[in-house]
Write a protein that binds this ligand. Sequence first.
Ligand code: SAJ
Length: 418
Amino acid sequence: MEKVCILGLGCIGLPMASLLAVKGFKVQGVDVNFNIVETINQGYSHINEPELNDLVRSAIKSGNFFASINPSPADIFIIAVPSLITKNHLPDITHVKAATYATAPHLTPGNLVILESTIPVGTTEKIAGWINELRPDLVIPSLVSSVPQIRNKVQIFLAHCPERVLPGRILQELVANDRIIGGIDEPSALKAQEFYEKFVCGGISLTDTRTAELIKLVENSFRDVNIAFANELSLICNKLGINVWEVVELANRHPRVDILQPGPGVGGHCITKDPWYIVDSATDESRLIYTARLINDHMPGYIVNRIQEMAAHLEQPVITCLGLSYKADCVELRESPAIKIVQDLSKSTARQILVVEPHVKALPDELAKYDNIKLVDLTTGMKQADLVVLLVNHHAFTNLDTEMYGKKAVLDTRGIWR
Ligand code: SAJ
């Protein structure tokens, strides 16, 4: 079986490494964080994802998987490190560059390098350039296609195969989802296809790297734009005194209408970032994508205003906020609109704010620094609340007995208690 080296053991790299190892590949996982490497080598997942802990344990037990700080030679290198944006919404691919630099010394002729990270259009070509600078002894196809005398000496294959898995369903979607492979040339795309066919059941489509890069960004922008539409409807409905949830539900009975759910804003590491990569590459042309980002980013502030308006009608109300994660039934707090809302609320009032989040044992650092925010259990939070703000549609809240909130002032940002 081939040896695979995966750089980045986060929510894409670790599930993939574990899956490949139980399928018989020899897998080396690489991460710059020593604690993560240690945890994995002891057979545990540092990522909270259904069934992942068991899979990591099986992978380590099989003897096919180990984690380390530095890569070593392999047949296939997969880069699955995070890509970022700056405070000004500009792309930051520092980690992708660092992973390429870490990989380059270990490359040997015939190796396949796959980029799974979501990145701005043109990044795979940049990787080809970096490898070429670092390893002039190796030839990358795209760089030589116009030079006939070295065309036959192709030595490294390079492809972009963007990850598409949904947090909460990563292990199923890793296998079941269709995949897009963008090859730096056709042999690279075909070689990557041969690899993915060994563990993916979904269809595989081949294209060039720039198209594959844009497709991934388009998928997340499509979702962002559609959520922005739903959020804009909630603003319109609030102004007109109409129930937005009823509007969405009944409009969706039209055979060609499928509106998403309004909420307190869009969170997570992906949808909040990827549309900005398109805006950066084609600023004048991406007005809708840009506006959708603004609408979704405006939602937490809008919700804070609505909480304040409601609180103004109550005498010294105890406010309880339900949920901190970026979406239902997950522990991920990164870029969560709920955190921004609780933070802004606490800055605007001296009163204590109670927070209920069944998936965490302590407040995250962003909130722990405020004296007036307290993490409590659901029963305490509901008992003490005068105003209940539902921020995340966790299962535990969806099933709550109406008795617990029926007589209180309620702001349900997810429409689950209608
Ligand atoms: N949200 C709403 N209303 C909705 C749906 C979602 O407000 O109707 C909010 C959620 O509460 C959350 C945010 O949007 O805050 C994003 O959640 P999500 O479930 O839409 O998406 P992610 O960020 O968990 O995962 C997305 C997925 N992309 C698409 O569905 C197009 C996933 O397939 C990608 O692999 C992932 O981004 C990624 O890694 O890029």
